[in-house]
Design a protein around this ligand. Structure first.
Ligand code: DMJ
Length: 587
């Protein structure tokens, strides 16, 4: 497709071309000349997004390796160009923001020189050391996965083998796809190459099992999209486009609300009674990017349809219940949670707004209305003064908060800046208070790792009286909120809290053969669950790494992280005129 915005010459007749006067001829030649130059941008590997970013980027931007003081021209769609930028020590690279975003209010210590380069200032030496420690942990986790479970989905460190089943429907290599961007960002170049080669040669997308649409989307689609945007490697684009197509049968329902389970080979969606809010509500970011990559509106249409449906449904007290019938289109029950089954639906509303370069007003309205309902109905203060988000069961509060719900500190934090000015400080305080409560859930255990569920009833205050709720399975949500709150406030306590979590991970979750979750965070004898979850590599370690990095490594004004921590670029608003094939955000 020719995507250049040609000036409208339709009113100029053939004869009038011939009789152009000198200044007009000059302008005409200038135009022809610029067309020739523009053709350079249509080389075969050019992606639509690449053009978008070139449109908006400073081509003179240089990435500098501050250890060696060498520079490299960006070569990827976002101009990151890290791998191949010799010498390879990506872990200490900084990037200039490639996407102009005039309203970005990032605090940035770097000074911009007149050449458009960035003078690289390191964060303090202690944070640098801590970041190196995170990198070492990633390498350790990766090496053990490679040694004992290569090609399987996840490492089982105690039994020294892999786990290949679960919800991926026969897809393999979840840890590889989930790790691509983390390896790349950390500068683990050799490991990234191994991962890329595996994807190229072994990632088979035509598999016949039952796959969770949600899990495949957040890990595989998200992982491949990020890898493509960071590196510009066509293989990731090819794979993600093929995978995206295979997910579409899930949407063959009377309402367009997708089934939760899909068969990637047979093009048949498996009917299941309820569709889960956090599952069908966590497709938007990836599907919009699939449309951008393919110039095919179908992906955006599918997710816009979900949004439209949700928008027009009655909501009890403005709240979104967790389950919906994909055939009738009605809510199945009135359970509401910002943790399990609900969480990332809310996250994707505010992130859709941010990813659209703050043009997706519908998402914005839905997000702030949902947040208001959550505040009015779910947010509580414990007798000891801790702020938490309870769950709601048909009007009755359950005073529990899942580890999963701890992502909401970060989410409310990034949303605070874009709400109405009167609520801004209030929302930032709420974000800080929730993050504090989640930290307390860690601090109040002997292991300094937090339980899967903590309660605020029967005398419990951010603790887990029930034995079956005491596990810690290497989840990221708490350190995720530390990372966002650090970026938003630069309060050093968030880095300290992240370091505490890292030390606890090292002490209790690190085995000789990889990392493992633990069964009881209150136990004095540690029992391991024998699973190194792929989200530990995709999220937990990535967020920790970013926590100890400067803000210009994946700046929040240019990137949004999908719910599996895969960074996706903001789509600049000044390209919206060229996006006729993509349905309007506001419809
Ligand atoms: C991840 O797969 C994603 O963050 C998801 O949204 C919910 N939980 C896990 C990690 O805890």
């Amino acid at each position: 497709t020719l995507v250049f915005n040609l000036p409208k010459f339709s009113h100029v007749s053939k004869t009038s071309f011939v009789v152009l006067r000198l200044p007009q001829t000059f302008l005409f030649l200038l135009f022809i000349g610029s067309l020739g130059f523009g053709a350079l941008f249509f080389l075969p590997e050019t992606s639509r997004l690449k053009r978008i970013f070139q449109h908006n980027s400073d081509n003179s931007a240089v990435i500098t390796d501050s250890v060696n003081g060498q520079s490299a021209r960006p070569s990827s769609p976002i101009g990151y160009g890290l791998i191949g930028a010799a010498p390879l020590d990506i872990g200490v690279l900084r990037m200039k923001s490639q996407l102009s975003s005039s309203n970005g209010k990032q605090t940035n210590n770097n000074k911009e020189s007149s050449q458009g380069t960035v003078s690289m200032q390191h964060t303090d030496p202690e944070s640098l050391q801590r970041r190196e420690k995170v990198k070492e942990m990633m390498k350790f986790a990766w090496d053990n996965y490679k040694r004992y479970a290569w090609g399987e989905n996840e490492l089982r460190p105690l039994s020294r083998n892999g786990n290949d089943g679960r919800t991926f429907g026969g897809l393999r290599g979840a840890s590889i796809v989930d790790s691509l961007d983390t390896l790349y960002i950390m500068g683990l170049g050799e490991e990234y190459q191994e991962a890329k080669e595996w994807v190229e040669n072994n990632l088979n997308l035509k598999v016949g099992g039952e796959a969770s649409l949600f899990e495949v989307n957040i890990r595989y689609v998200g992982g491949l999209l990020s890898a493509y945007y960071l590196t510009g490697e066509e293989v990731f684009k090819r794979k993600v486009v093929e995978l995206g197509r295979n997910l579409l049968p899930a949407f063959n329902t009377p309402t367009g609300i997708p089934h939760g389970v899909v068969n990637l080979a047979g093009w048949v969606a498996f009917p299941r009674r309820s569709s889960v809010l956090a599952e069908f509500g966590t497709l938007h970011l990836e599907f919009v990017h699939l449309s951008e990559l393919t110039s095919d509106p179908i992906y955006t249409e599918k997710v816009m349809n979900i949004r439209k449906h949700l928008n027009q449904l009655d909501k009890p007290r403005g709240l979104y219940p967790n389950a919906l019938n994909p055939v009738s289109g009605n809510w199945e029950q009135h359970y509401v949670s910002i943790g399990a089954l609900g969480d990332s639906f809310y996250e994707y509303l505010i992130k859709s707004y941010l990813m659209s370069d703050r043009t997706d007003e519908v998402a914005k309205r839905m997000y702030y209305a949902a947040l208001e309902a959550i505040e009015n109905n779910l947010v509580q203060r414990s007798p000891g003064g801790l702020i938490y988000v309870a769950e709601w069961r048909g009007g009755i509060l359950d005073h529990r908060m899942g580890h999963l719900a701890c992502f909401s500190g970060g989410m409310i934090g990034i949303g605070a800046e874009h709400g109405s000015p009167e609520t801004r400080q209030h929302q930032l305080d709420l974000a800080a208070n929730i993050t504090h409560t989640c930290h307390e859930s860690y601090r109040r255990t002997p292991t300094k790792l937090g339980p899967e569920v903590f309660r605020f009833d029967d005398g419990a205050e951010a603790t887990a009286p029930r034995v079956n709720e005491r596990q810690y399975i290497l989840r990221p949500e708490v350190v995720e909120s530390y990372m966002y709150m650090w970026r938003l406030t630069h309060d050093p306590k968030y880095r300290e809290w992240g370091w505490e979590a890292l030390e606890a991970l090292e002490r209790h979750c690190r085995l000789a053969t990889g990392f493992s979750g633990i069964i009881d965070v209150y136990g004095h004898i540690i029992q391991h669950d024998n699973l190194q979850q792929s989200f530990f590599l995709a999220e937990t370690l990535k967020y920790l790494y970013l926590l100890f990095s400067d803000d210009d490594l994946l700046p929040l004004k240019d990137w949004v992280f999908n719910t599996e921590a895969h960074p996706l670029p903001v789509i600049p608003r000044n390209c919206s005129q060229e996006r006729e094939h993509i349905p309007n955000w506001t419809q």
